[in-house]
Design a protein around this ligand. Structure first.
Ligand SMILES: CC/C=C\C/C=C\C/C=C\CCCC(=O)SCCNC(=O)CCNC(=O)[C@H](O)C(C)(C)COP(=O)(O)OP(=O)(O)OC[C@H]1O[C@@H](n2cnc3c(N)ncnc32)[C@H](O)[C@@H]1OP(=O)(O)O
Ligand SMILES: Cc1cc2nc3c(=O)[nH]c(=O)nc-3n(C[C@H](O)[C@H](O)[C@H](O)COP(=O)(O)OP(=O)(O)OC[C@H]3O[C@@H](n4cnc5c(N)ncnc54)[C@H](O)[C@@H]3O)c2cc1C
Length: 645
């Protein structure tokens, strides 16, 4: 900030905690912090990675620019001999949806997780050196959620020792896979395996799509892009593809791991949610401290909008959720690593829980984040609607996360199946463990009473936990009892699916709250850091309690009076967080390049930069617009003539 006026300096001076230590907590470790900081600056200082022109480029120019950036990123990765961790951070800070996301994020993990040793030895070195580029081709025009309903077939021909991959209908065309449309040379294609005329369910196959010499599709394969998507710029940097197939390569597949890549990616999506959410919150918080409206007396300064309680009531729960998702993401990564190690030892016991947690938390965090980005746009008033605020594009890029890698409702129904199974086994030999361990105390949770008598009682983590556990246990048991009244359980499941989804949401919110509380039990150094995190944890939990008061009251988990006391406590927490708000978003350590927002600038110098940015719009290249002579002038002349008549 040398030589630059910091318009937010007063705000930064108010902080009551050690921001540098908070940065380490946010990053996860000092090592990750230092690495991220170094790579973020490297990307920000490289002109090839500029992204302020995305909203105004045509689709073709946008896409070519993305190819250029991806090639440049790879060049820098090789030149600088970056490690896998550094390379992945570099792609993260380049911040542009591209075929490389699917190559590294799904194609490589699918081979690592599902291919045999021999197949891995053949394909992984090529993929690591980007001598082949891969994608994940599961979804078809006719089926996405229902994976067992996929129509593409893979028929083994013993004479040629090959699989014939065939899309027999229009609806069996692979539709949506990222990178497939224009770039990928290979794909992991999901198809129904047929041998000796017998079907064996859906399996993954590594398929070559395009020639490595001239990039033309191989014989029998038709490929293209599926067309423009939501938002200008935004996700249109990605080629989402359609194919219809002919022949191809080889089998892999240990059966139980067929869905493994989805578990992996859902886990990464939870961590990504905290990134997208924190980014939107950083923009809205800084701008709310800069923006002033009303409240001036005797010509004095007006009120910063961040000081309005309504602004705090909308903004601070989002700030708290960004931290909450960060910590639950850390925990989920641990859970995923643990389940992977167990699977390698043929221990499948924790797979159902890992599936339920990744599916449920993916759903919860992406739904919340997509809504929160839109809320941040509104929190920035009119200027939030400008592309230069960074928020419209962030929303457009982020919102499909509610759909891809499993529609969020479909995923919550998976959690519901897991919950109902857990409830049905209560009282049996099989004791609930892990995230459902609380169900083991179901008798207590069905009748316990919340002890809160005054607002401060809500600051006790055990009180919060018990209220959340009682709410979830009671909702789950209630819906399980209703299910039991149906002669056909599947019919009951369909009929009661809205209640089941609500119970799943309650269960997932409980996981997030409990993992935040567990985080606070760790040794966290730095003046005031743990105290601030404690406040954010309470805000996250009490805001959910307030928003879902109906659940807590209808299950009798708390009384109306206790609900009202929770709200009083929330207001008090907002006042305590207020002086720390700017420092709490500084702790995300985002560069102005990554934020990509005039409103969220680190120095708070919003107005001159907004003005400057507006003049850069191509529409301002000429004072009189193109089209004046054809369309405006004749109109004005006609009006003149009409007026004379
Ligand atoms: C680092 C960056 C990472 C990525 C790149 C970044 C950005 C890229 C952007 C976008 C990428 C998007 C990619 C995609 O979208 S790929 C396509 C994803 N598709 C889906 O997610 C489809 C969703 N559908 C399903 O997952 C399933 O079909 C289903 C909804 C779960 C339906 O299954 P169900 O009807 O139960 O039937 P079965 O399939 O037979 O399941 C039976 C049995 O298996 C259990 N199960 C289901 N799924 C899993 C799983 N993933 N892991 C473990 N176990 C699973 C299920 O619970 C059931 O168990 P029971 O014990 O009850 O028998
Ligand atoms: C940007 C983007 C990128 C993608 N990238 C890839 C990729 O790389 N590779 C790939 O293979 N796929 C990809 N996809 C596809 C994606 O995974 C699917 O679109 C997603 O899984 C949802 O499936 P669907 O489209 O079939 O939705 P549908 O299942 O048709 O959903 C339509 C509606 O029906 C509801 N619904 C469906 N089933 C049920 C049910 N059982 N009970 C109650 N309600 C139900 C849903 O909630 C939803 O409201 C991508 C999609 C997008 C948007």
């Amino acid at each position: 900030m040398d030589g630059v006026v910091d318009h937010l300096a007063d705000e930064r001076n108010k902080a009551q905690f050690d921001v540098e230590e908070m940065k380490i907590v946010w990053a996860g470790s000092r090592h990750v912090f230092e690495l991220s900081d170094r790579i973020a600056r490297l990307v920000a200082s490289d002109p090839v990675f500029r992204k302020d022109n995305r909203a105004t480029l045509s689709r073709k120019d946008l896409f070519k620019n993305t190819l250029r950036k991806a090639a440049h990123a790879w060049k820098r990765i090789i030149e600088l001999r970056l490690s896998e961790e550094e390379a992945s951070k570099l792609r993260f800070y380049v911040d542009e949806a591209a075929f490389t996301d699917l190559h590294w994020g799904m194609f490589v993990p699918a081979i690592k997780g599902q291919a045999t040793e021999e197949q891995q030895q053949k394909w992984l070195p090529l993929a690591y050196k980007m001598q082949i580029i891969g994608c994940y081709a599961q979804t078809e025009l006719g089926h996405g959620s229902n994976v067992q309903g996929l129509e593409t077939t893979a028929t083994f021909d013993p004479q040629t020792d090959e699989f014939d991959i065939h899309s027999p209908t229009l609806t069996s065309s692979k539709w949506w896979p990222g990178g497939l449309g224009k770039v990928s040379t290979h794909a992991v294609v999901y198809a129904r395996l047929i041998t000796d005329g017998q079907e064996h369910g859906v399996h993954g196959f590594i398929v070559q799509l395009r020639s490595l010499d001239d990039h033309l599709p191989l014989p029998g394969i038709t490929i293209g892009d599926i067309g423009m998507k939501f938002g200008n710029g935004a996700y249109n940097t990605m080629d989402n593809g359609v194919t219809r197939n002919g022949k191809c390569v080889r089998s892999n597949v240990p059966r139980q791991l067929i869905y493994g890549t989805m578990v992996f990616v859902r886990q990464t999506i939870v961590s990504d949610a905290s990134c997208a959410l924190s980014r939107a919150v950083c923009i809205a918080t800084r701008y709310s401290a800069v923006r002033r409206q009303f409240g001036s007396q005797n010509g004095g300064v007006e009120t910063q909008v961040i000081d309005y309680k309504t602004q705090q009531n909308r903004l601070f729960p989002l700030l708290a959720a960004a931290y909450a998702f960060r910590f639950v993401g850390e925990w989920l990564k641990w859970l995923y690593t643990d389940v992977t190690q167990r699977l390698q030892a043929n221990d499948f016991s924790t797979l159902p829980e890992a599936h339920a947690c990744t599916a449920g938390l993916k759903s919860l965090t992406t739904t919340f984040t997509a809504d929160a980005i839109e809320e941040c746009r509104k929190l920035c008033g009119g200027h939030g609607y400008l592309c230069s605020s960074g928020l419209p594009e962030l929303f457009a890029v982020y919102v499909p996360a509610c759909t891809y890698e499993g529609d969020n409702v479909v995923l919550l129904l998976q959690v519901a199946r897991f919950l109902m199974k857990t409830v049905s086994q209560l009282g049996s030999e099989k004791k609930p463990v892990g995230t459902t361990a609380y169900m083991g105390r179901v008798e207590h949770l069905m009748q316990c009473r919340c002890s809160v008598q005054k607002a401060e009682d809500w600051l006790n983590p055990n009180t919060i936990l018990e209220a959340f556990e009682a709410r979830t246990a009671r909702m789950s048991v209630a819906v399980a009892q209703k299910l039991a009244q149906f002669a056909n359980p599947e019919e009951g499941f369909l009929e009661l699916s809205p209640n089941l989804v609500e119970a799943s949401v309650a269960h997932c919110q409980l996981i997030v709250v409990s993992k935040f509380i567990e985080k606070l039990q760790q040794d966290i150094p730095g003046k005031g850091v743990k105290e601030l995190l404690g406040m954010l944890c309470n805000i996250y939990a009490l805001n959910i309690l307030h928003k879902h008061l109906g659940d807590f009251l209808s299950t009798g988990s708390i009384t109306p009076k206790q609900g009202s006391l929770a709200n009083d406590q929330l207001r008090s927490l907002y006042s305590q967080v207020r002086p720390n708000a700017i420092a709490l978003v500084d702790a995300f350590n985002y560069t102005d390049h990554y934020l990509g927002s005039v409103l969220g600038r680190y120095d708070g110098n919003v107005y001159p930069k907004l003005y400057e940015e507006a003049w850069k719009d191509p529409l301002n290249d000429s004072v009189v617009p193109d089209g004046y002579h054809e369309y405006i002038r004749p109109l004005l002349k006609n009006q003149l003539r009409n007026a004379r008549l």
